[in-house]
Design a protein around this ligand. Structure first.
Ligand SMILES: [Zn+2]
Ligand SMILES: [Zn+2]
Length: 165
């Protein structure tokens, strides 16, 4: 059974549920889009989940932000392109959706109320674009990337034994 993730914005105008085989919050993105839209600590943590299981309450309160085209000043990591959904009332960032991978949705770990598994190791990506004041805490088994890793969220979960069947 995949893990059922329940999430909400801060003001509760939007609530959602989605099933995930890949619920470990291991991937920290330091790109400027994630940082400005959600990442007060200098990064955002993205999860992977199955889009077709996404159920939303309070859909009318959703705003969608489509980040601009890719260039060096405004980079997009592979999961940062596409549509960023947020609550129009309180501003909480909720999830990313990208039509390039229509079967997936990427909730922000920050929006999830369900307890998540703890990551045995982390991936820090888009470090080339981090703000100067951010000092990433790199654990001894963590992996770091200037831009994007080749390993997908699914492959990471399979390699580390964290995939939820
Ligand atoms: Zn809200
Ligand atoms: Zn990002």
């Amino acid at each position: 059974m995949p893990l059922l993730l329940k999430g909400s914005c801060r003001c509760n105008a939007v609530r959602f549920e989605v099933e995930s085989h890949t619920p470990v919050p291991f991937m920290l993105c330091y790109c400027s889009i994630c940082r400005k839209q959600q990442g007060g600590g200098g990064f955002a943590i993205n999860l992977g989940a199955d889009f077709e299981t996404l159920r939303i309450e309070g859909k009318r309160n959703l705003g969608v932000y489509q980040a601009g085209i890719e260039d060096d000043e405004h980079p997009q990591c592979e999961i940062s392109s596409g549509e960023r959904n947020f609550c129009k009332k309180c501003g909480s960032a909720l999830w990313l959706y990208d039509r390039t991978w229509p079967e997936l949705v990427h909730p922000f770990a920050s929006a999830i109320d369900t307890d998540l598994p703890k990551p045995p190791e982390k991936v820090h990506l888009m470090l080339k674009y981090k703000a100067n004041w951010v000092e990433p805490e790199i654990g001894k088994d963590d992996k770091i990337f200037d831009v994007c890793p080749e390993e997908s969220i699914a492959d990471w979960h399979k390699r580390t034994g964290m995939w939820v069947d």
